[in-house]
Design a protein around this ligand. Structure first.
Ligand code: F6P
Length: 368
């Protein structure tokens, strides 16, 4: 058993629905179950690196049942600036792990629960290691690309948004005899596109993990239209590259590369090859917001309680995780190896193919 008196909790990386539900579960169980003091760190690791550290003491009464239902994170978060190589306002790059350790000491933290994606897990576990602070991770990301868990908090809600978008696009596509392209998030992986596309009845789903050709997609659209369909739904993950393998990104004045734009590339190419009338919808950050779905609330609550129990047992450097049998925990070292791509043997690939959904095909090898 660990001798914890003060527990820190923070959210790190891009927000998603269900974060407040995790913080609530952590707070309820840590206070009611163990009698600890719980400090919510503001704006991810930045709250601990600032002098004085920025935080809020959390209590059971402050949740008043409202936060369970709210998207975002009331503690704030950031997906910029790695504290281990931090760009200061004057442009110099500094390792701020000492600032983090000073914050930990100033607040008297005995352990930390970090709610984040794979990148955050990697950074926060290293910072905690250097600060000699026990850490337990809780996976969250709409991209669902964290190793070791089948579900991350936020993914289920994002899927509902994608499904609803396709439910709304289908009647307008049918009315105007159009091809609708829906571009969804996911960075370099296609979990949102694959799951959301199947749930929303897409005809074509393109994900970064599977190759495609414009000719193949155009052929599938022509086939559909030739067999009595008046319209088609295409879902494309933002991380899909052009046919020539070029990344498509949005110009961001901050200089950071941002994903986005593959939907418009497809439109231009497919118009040439099919003559169909095509429209593009880029779903964007709508996928991250909104009320968490029941599945995300259950996952968040289960993860929060299990994470607190791991802290109480002194089982640090672990991440709570979901497998079909229920909640488990895995070593953080298994998680911090990079994003989890869609497995080519994912049963959903078979499902999609069984439904006749076009998932792309190998490009022809150039003749020698
Ligand atoms: O990783 C979550 C995610 O929503 C990605 O799907 C997306 O590419 C990215 O974050 C967007 O980041 P930002 O909020 O910085 O635009």
């Amino acid at each position: 058993m660990s001798a914890v008196k003060t527990l820190g909790v923070l959210t790190s990386g891009g927000d998603c629905a269900g974060l407040n539900a995790v913080i609530r579960a952590v707070t309820y169980h840590a206070i009611q179950g163990y009698g600890w003091k719980v400090l919510g760190i503001l704006d991810g690791t930045s709250g601990l690196m600032d002098d004085p550290p920025r935080y809020r003491e959390l209590s059971v009464s402050m949740f008043d049942q409202r936060l369970l239902r709210e998207g975002g994170t009331f503690l704030g978060t950031t997906n910029k600036g790695n504290p281990l190589a931090y760009t200061m306002p004057d442009g110099t790059v500094r390792d701020r792990s000492l600032d983090f350790a000073n914050g930990v000491r100033a607040l008297g933290l005995d352990a930390l629960i970090a709610i984040g994606g794979d990148g955050s897990m990697r950074i926060v576990s290293r910072l905690c290691d250097l600060a000699q602070l026990g850490v337990v991770g809780v996976p969250k990301t709409i991209d669902n690309d964290v190793h070791g868990t089948q579900w991350a908090v936020g993914f289920a809600t994002a899927l509902s948004v994608v499904t609803e978008a396709l439910d709304r696009l289908q009647p307008t596509a049918a009315s105007h005899h159009r091809v609708m392209i829906l571009e969804v998030m996911g960075r370099d992986v296609g979990h949102i596109a694959l799951n959301g596309g199947i749930a929303g009845g897409a005809d074509i789903i393109l994900i970064p993990e599977l190759p495609y050709t414009i000719a193949g997609v155009a052929r599938r659209i022509r086939e559909l239209l030739a067999h009595g369909r008046t319209h088609a739904l295409v879902v494309v993950a933002e991380g899909v590259k052009t046919e020539e393998g070029k990344k498509v990104s949005i110009h961001d004045p901050s200089g950071r590369a941002r994903y986005g734009g593959i939907g418009y590339y497809l439109l231009e190419e497919l118009v040439k090859h099919t003559g169909a009338e095509i429209r593009v919808t880029v779903l964007g950050h709508v996928q991250r917001g909104g009320t968490p779905s029941p599945r995300d609330r259950l996952l968040a609550s289960t993860f929060g309680v299990h994470a607190v129990d791991l802290v109480a047992q002194g089982r640090f450097n672990r991440m709570v995780a979901w497998r079909e049998s229920g909640v488990i925990d895995v070593p953080l070292s298994e998680v911090t190896i990079g994003p989890r791509a869609v497995d080519p043997n994912d049963p959903l690939i078979r499902t999609a193919r069984g439904l006749g959904i076009h998932l792309g095909e190998q490009r022809a090898k150039p003749r020698t």
